[in-house]
Design a protein around this ligand. Structure first.
Ligand code: RB5
Length: 160
């Protein structure tokens, strides 16, 4: 898992947990880029979801981790991006299954719902677990088809 590059982002509500996550990624020797926010001053979570999701969509980073207060807003926003499968996880079992079954490429955590130890455990499991493929591949394929069928006009991220 050492070679995985991670795009990291949070809003103000997720900022304290993101600080803990940064420490954990550093101490684990994982490569990451922190897209902000960098304080508890109020910001809008879609701005950070967009930066992280777009960088994963463009393959600049293999995985993303997003944190807001509940994780819900970040998850909704990140899943608007083509090819993004963002999963809001709340324990190591959901983190594992989001990889095995859903091939999640963005992990979303609720900063006001999750303590540091649980977050570290979830990230570890999430990064170490492979997609199981087989029947799940067919289902992921159907999600991709839905994206095409209901494909929205792509707005360039710079125009957002
Ligand atoms: C910010 O107050 C909060 O709404 C946000 O962090 C998140 O929980 C939204 O889903």
């Amino acid at each position: 898992m050492g070679r995985i590059r991670i795009a990291l982002g949070s809003d103000h509500a997720g900022f304290p947990l993101k600080k803990d996550i940064r420490k954990y990624l550093d101490s684990s020797g994982l490569q990451f880029h922190d897209f902000g926010t960098y304080s508890t001053e109020s910001v809008d979570y879609p701005d950070y979801a967009a930066m992280v999701a777009e960088s994963v969509r463009r393959n600049e980073y293999e995985r993303g981790i997003l944190v807001c207060g509940t994780g819900i807003g970040m998850c909704i926003a990140a899943n608007k991006f083509q090819g993004i499968r963002a999963a809001l996880c709340y324990n190591s079992e959901t983190a594992r299954l989001s990889r095995e079954h859903n091939d999640a490429n963005v992990l979303v955590l609720g900063g006001r719902m999750t303590n540091e130890d649980d977050a570290k455990e979830m990230i570890k499991v999430w990064l170490e677990t492979d997609f199981a493929g087989e029947r799940h591949l067919r289902r992921i394929g159907k999600i991709s088809k839905l994206e095409k069928r209901y494909g929205r006009d792509m707005v360039e991220i710079e125009d957002y």
